[in-house]
Design a protein around this ligand. Sequence first.
Ligand SMILES: *[C@@H]1O[C@H](CO)[C@@H](O)[C@H](O)[C@H]1NC(C)=O
Ligand SMILES: *[C@@H]1O[C@H](CO)[C@@H](O)[C@H](O)[C@H]1NC(C)=O
Ligand SMILES: *[C@@H]1O[C@H](CO)[C@@H](O)[C@H](O)[C@H]1NC(C)=O
Ligand SMILES: *[C@@H]1O[C@H](CO)[C@@H](O)[C@H](O)[C@H]1NC(C)=O
Ligand SMILES: *[C@@H]1O[C@H](CO)[C@@H](O)[C@H](O)[C@H]1NC(C)=O
Ligand SMILES: [Zn+2]
Length: 452
Amino acid sequence: MKTELFLVVVALVCAAANPLSKAAQRNKLLLISFDGFRWDYDQDVDTPHLDQLLEDGVKAKYMTPPMLTMTSPSHITTVTGRWVEDHEVVHNMMFNAKTNQKVPHKQTLTRSEWWDNGVLPLWITAQNQGLKTASFYYPGGGANYSGQVVDRVIVEEPGHPDDNETEWRQNINTVMRWFSEEDFHLVTLYYGEPDNVGHAKGPDHPDRKSIIRQIDRTIGYLREAIGRHHLNNSLNVIITSDHGMTTVKKRPQVDEIILNKYLNLLKLASFEILDYGGFGILTPRPGKEQEVFNALSNAPNLTVYKKDELPESFHLARSERLPPIVVVADLGFNLNSRFIVYVNKGDHGYHSGEMDMKTIFRAFGPDFKKNFLSEPFDSVHVYPLMCKVLQIDPAPHNGSLAVTEKLLLPGGESGDATGGESGDATGGESGGVTGGESGDATGGESGDATGL
Ligand SMILES: *[C@@H]1O[C@H](CO)[C@@H](O)[C@H](O)[C@H]1NC(C)=O
Ligand SMILES: *[C@@H]1O[C@H](CO)[C@@H](O)[C@H](O)[C@H]1NC(C)=O
Ligand SMILES: *[C@@H]1O[C@H](CO)[C@@H](O)[C@H](O)[C@H]1NC(C)=O
Ligand SMILES: *[C@@H]1O[C@H](CO)[C@@H](O)[C@H](O)[C@H]1NC(C)=O
Ligand SMILES: *[C@@H]1O[C@H](CO)[C@@H](O)[C@H](O)[C@H]1NC(C)=O
Ligand SMILES: [Zn+2]
């Protein structure tokens, strides 16, 4: 009798603390990455669906990737909240500077030894707290971490076409079924565009604009699919990317860099990854470090660093994998080793402070504010935001929830949305929001937040 009474009391207390709704409900999260989506790619193309996203959700003016603006390093920073020196995915190519082994990006996708360096990504941390997670093509999703696999993984095969719009929609349908029929909590979904077009044609080519239109249609399709699967009130969506893109500078506009003009690579270096856009790495032969450094210091249109003298803001120096010499080209210069590689018209890998390397951040769903334009932030802060949305305890990370929490409606998991905090939502932050609407947006919505 006593026990029963106690249970009733507990039930009542819980009900009172969590008025019927929010608290009991853990909303789901879909993280979508469109590779190489520069922050301003939507500004010279008609993108009605992306525009609608701002009305219905939040947008950052831009997002800064970690230093080492490449696909694998940046994607893993997003799902770990760790700097590159910590997660150690220090290139798209898997390499071993001692054996000279190099493995191209697509072939690394199931090589755990490249990804699994002691830092647990969001999938695993979420699974360890009872959630179901999946990765559809997202870099790193196909690896094991401390012996654990992501619950469901689809890895992109090398050579698989990246731009098939029909398949893009099918992939959305698949993911929607995972959420609605199989109760997955977190899915990361990756698209290889607009990166391919940016590399092949350059960011200013008309084909880049058409792929942005295709992405925009896909976002429209996603919104529809969310409705069809009755996920409007339970699914949060983050749409982001890993880096921007810049036009590769060519003759006669500039003299391209050919590093072998400044140092005999064969004689002085035992390992190198060059000819890979704006970011190069080298291991000098024994005793040749200073000579390599001096020679590269004389080369124009680049900056050479000894690993242990890398600026702290790069968060690269503590990496064990990174070779002793790091070269960062000036924006648009390719680090050609011996001859000029005319493959790419666009590239990345440059300093993350360059505007052309900045990327996008958008989000919408039941936990996000509406019509909220955020100041820019670093991608390392997305991780704690995702943990907050999923209501899980984050693993140790380098982000700060204080930076990204303001994107969320007040209250959140505590079910307090109506409470005193809702006033805060409009506080200092909304200053940036587009003109007159900002008043409306917060007005109506903060009420809605408790609605479900
Ligand atoms: C992950 O671990 C399982 C079981 O140990 C193994 O069968 C599988 O090959 C591993 N996968 C990868 C990508 O390392
Ligand atoms: C695009 O994908 C669809 C669906 O998977 C497939 O039927 C079609 O053949 C693909 N088109 C091309 C050009 O690969
Ligand atoms: C869900 O969202 C879609 C797209 O914004 C909208 O068309 C649909 O009416 C919404 N459905 C519900 C039940 O709110
Ligand atoms: C490249 O370096 C040369 C030589 O120092 C310099 O004259 C030129 O202005 C540089 N080009 C760019 C685009 O910075
Ligand atoms: C990043 O986070 C890890 C884990 O908490 C910590 O060990 C490391 O010192 C942090 N890095 C920086 C630069 O603060
Ligand atoms: Zn990329």
